[in-house]
Design a protein around this ligand. Structure first.
Ligand SMILES: Cc1ncc(COP(=O)(O)O)c(C=O)c1O
Ligand SMILES: [Zn+2]
Length: 402
């Protein structure tokens, strides 16, 4: 896998130990104090990964007395000056037993990491808190994003909080709640007759002309940094003993890459050992390019888009970081599975009726997935399994109450 360790070692911990940026494709080092999107080598252009100095003997005690938000891991977040942090209290989400579902599926140690309580109702808040904070530190004033919904809402909220101009490009089919909320924050919304890929093309074309910074998934390095805090937090909540399996709803794949990156960094600083959970990418059957590539042992994905899914966040024909996602699934001995809309609808209803949780369709897909994986013997009764519910059902009522 990619070596994230920085060559620098020092004994004094700073606010942030952010030290450089490497390319996930060719390992080229990029300047950490300049505005970056993707690898500068035109023949590469892969996603960039932030790296941190290793601090000798940094104790977990540094976390004591810090508020339970994602910024408690500030040494491993990219903002150098705390005055640039743009926060709405993101992170610090609960981890709890899936009490009733665990009995049905026969996995006593089945947990929810529930991201629904984040500001703006999804885990996207973590990514946008990091990205907007770093953008502020670098002097960026205008941002643009192609989005399936939640990320656009989060950018609108964090962007306006930082006094920035925000431009959001969303597929027309996105639930109205997402669109209305973006406008309510005062951001500019463009509805696009197409999927998130079509929105991405528009943003790529318009950004240079308008002086917008393009915050597309994995086309800037810092949303990933915010999302990786789900991994830090999960490790801390489990007393630094990682679970056996993590299921994650995979669209662009930032969250999945984030878990991998968090665990690599935590091992590097000596807070966890070498054990890794098997990471399982769960996709919509209508957009399952990672599932196909993984099971065909391909190093990269080919775009798949069979149309609408009630899990809007999973309508991503091809992730920009497909190669990295596929490497991570292999490295962690994980797998990938697709779930169709009928299964997602049924799962939503079961999670509501049995667990009392009104979750995002993306999160519900994990419940359908774990049931199938258990039947197939891929996930065992004795294992500790975490389902990451990435968002709230409140944004999707028109998809859910059909
Ligand atoms: C609720 C929800 N879950 C999961 C995803 C997929 O996110 P990722 O890019 O981390 O794969 C999205 C993306 O829009 C989302 O909104
Ligand atoms: Zn490169």
């Amino acid at each position: 896998m990619i070596n994230l360790s920085s060559s620098n070692v020092h004994s004094l911990s700073k606010h942030s130990n952010f030290s450089n940026i490497i390319c996930s494709g060719c390992n080229t080092v990029h300047q950490y104090d300049e505005i970056q999107n993707v690898c500068k080598d035109p023949s590469c252009q892969e996603a960039l990964l932030a790296c941190y100095d290793f601090v000798l003997g940094l104790s977990k005690d540094v976390l004591k007395n810090r508020p339970f938000t994602m910024w408690r891991y500030r040494e491993f977040l990219p903002v150098l000056d705390p005055k640039n942090i743009v926060s709405l209290g993101e992170g610090g989400t609960p981890l709890f037993k899936a009490k009733n579902l665990s009995k049905i599926v026969g996995i006593p140690e089945l947990y929810w990491k529930d991201e629904a309580g984040n500001p703006t109702g999804s885990f996207k808040a973590r990514g946008m808190s990091a990205a907007v904070s770093k953008a502020k530190e670098l002097g960026i004033k205008k941002m643009a994003i192609p989005t399936a919904g939640n990320a656009g809402v989060a950018l609108a909220a964090y962007g306006v909080r930082a006094g920035m101009e925000v431009h959001v490009f969303m597929p027309k089919e996105t639930p109205a709640q997402h669109k209305k909320e973006v406008e309510f924050y005062g951001a500019h919304l463009t509805e696009v007759d197409g999927n998130i890929g079509d929105c991405g093309k528009l943003v790529a074309e318009l950004s240079p002309k308008n002086g917008w910074f393009n915050v597309s998934t994995l086309k800037e390095p810092y949303r990933l940094e915010g999302k990786k805090t789900m991994g830090y937090e999960l490790a801390e909540q489990l007393n630094w003993e990682l679970p056996d399996v993590i299921l994650y709803p995979t669209g662009g794949g930032t969250g999945l890459i984030g878990f991998w990156k968090a665990f690599e960094e935590l091992e590097q600083i000596g807070w966890i050992g070498s054990k890794r959970p098997r990471l399982i990418a769960v996709q919509s059957a209508n957009c399952d390019s990672i599932v196909s590539a993984f099971h065909n042992s391909e190093p990269k994905a080919v775009a798949v888009d069979k149309g609408f899914t009630i899990a809007n966040g999973l309508r991503v024909p091809k992730s920009y970081a497909d190669k990295l996602i596929l490497k991570i699934l292999k490295y962690t001995k994980g797998t990938a599975i697709s779930i169709n809309d009928e299964e997602i609808s049924q799962a939503l209803s079961e999670v509501a009726r049995l667990e009392g949780m009104f979750i995002a369709p993306e999160g519900a897909a994990l419940w359908a997935a774990v049931k199938r994986l258990k039947l197939e013997g891929i996930v065992q009764e004795s294992e500790k399994v975490v389902l990451v519910n990435t968002g709230s059902g409140y944004k999707y009522t028109e998809n859910i109450f059909k």
